[in-house]
Design a protein around this ligand. Structure first.
Ligand SMILES: Cc1cc2nc3c(=O)[nH]c(=O)nc-3n(C[C@H](O)[C@H](O)[C@H](O)COP(=O)(O)O)c2cc1C
Length: 324
């Protein structure tokens, strides 16, 4: 498949692995890139900008294909030296960056002067248009189905993608709710130039997380996600376990929810431990509704080959056949 995304990013398949906190290590990013997609190392998973540079070097040892780095600019409890992370990305010679969380404008002069292509992830058309206006090269449009932060508008990709196709000039990726070839074909049909996936890539052989997490996601249905932090207007879609249910219960209590009330439950450190030791009720982890479509744990190579061939079959045979 040849699209504006494969051309601009220099990849074989129009498939990107979105940044994932604690999951986006060199093992996964290189596996996705070696399979012909674009793997992404998650910048803030590395504790310091120096560690990020080491992780990028490690990834280069595992692949000679293009890969990117995600820089997520979200409010955090501990201040993050974003400028130093951005500089580490530039110094490492990375040529593609995925930004998310906030307007990336302050970082664009640095990235642009280093010849970096910037893909900004947004959850609304107005933010996508803003990203285009300030000079981003591409956007990822994250629908309400997605894992992580879907924003507060609750608009699904069935509406967002055709709107993006009508209004944007720059290429865009469909993100959220995609896990098979039908999703890829549908995204392309709605005008996207490629897709971005998070949850589906968590459930692959190379994802560096405990087998229990992958297995639980295989067993789960599309009903097994929960929206937390709604009361704080910082909504996050996570896997529905006892901890996520407790957070929602606290948020539904009368009166304003204070972050201190839920903080012990949602600490990032607990989520990270859960990925290491497989204790599924220790904390929370991001997951999208697409878990309802996931029923195996393939390698990234198997996944991408299967998805592309399924999408090609749908386009060539099923859809073309409908025309008689
Ligand atoms: C475990 C996990 C962690 C994530 N962490 C981040 C992150 O740190 N930064 C970011 O921009 N997006 C993050 N995301 C969102 C993904 O990059 C992607 O936008 C999203 O997963 C797409 O929806 P899908 O899961 O339905 O494919 C995360 C997703 C998952 C599943």
């Amino acid at each position: 498949m040849k699209t504006r995304v494969t051309e601009m990013l220099g990849i074989e398949h129009p498939i990107v692995q979105g940044g994932m906190q604690w999951v986006g290590l060199a093992e996964l990013a290189s596996a996705v890139s070696n399979a012909g997609g674009l793997g992404i190392i998650t910048g803030l998973t590395q504790s310091t900008p120096e560690d990020l540079q080491k992780e990028i070097a490690r990834c280069r040892e595992m692949t000679d294909k293009p890969f990117a780095v995600n820089l997520t600019i979200l409010p955090t409890i501990k201040p993050v030296p974003y400028d130093d992370y951005a500089q580490a990305i530039v110094d490492s010679g990375i040529k593609i960056v995925e930004t998310a969380g906030r307007n990336p404008e302050p970082f664009l002069p640095l990235f642009k002067s280093a010849g970096i292509k910037v893909i900004h992830k947004c959850t609304s058309i107005r933010h996508a248009l803003k990203a285009e206006r300030i000079g981003c090269d591409m956007v990822s449009v994250d629908g309400f189905e997605c894992a992580g932060h879907p924003g507060e508008d609750d608009v699904t990709n069935m509406i967002l993608l055709p709107l993006a196709a009508r209004r944007l000039k720059i290429p865009f990726l469909a993100s959220g709710g995609i896990g098979d070839g039908a999703g890829l074909a549908a995204a392309l049909a709605m005008g996207a130039d490629g897709i971005n996936m998070g949850t589906r890539f968590m459930v692959t052989k190379e994802a560096p997380i405990h087998q229990n997490v992958k297995q639980r996601m295989v067993e789960a249905s599309e009903l097994d996600t929960e929206l937390i932090f709604r009361s704080l207007r910082n909504t996050s879609r996570v896997f529905k376990n006892s901890v996520a249910e407790k957070v929602v219960e606290i948020e539904s209590r009368e009166g304003e929810t204070k972050f201190e009330d839920i903080q012990p439950l949602v600490q990032g450190a607990k989520g990270r431990q859960l990925f290491d030791d497989g204790d599924l009720e220790k904390g929370i982890w991001s997951a999208g509704m697409v878990i309802g479509l996931i029923d195996d744990i393939p390698s990234c190579e198997e996944l991408l080959t299967q998805m592309v061939s399924e999408a090609e079959d749908i386009i060539q045979n099923r859809l073309n056949g409908l025309l008689g």
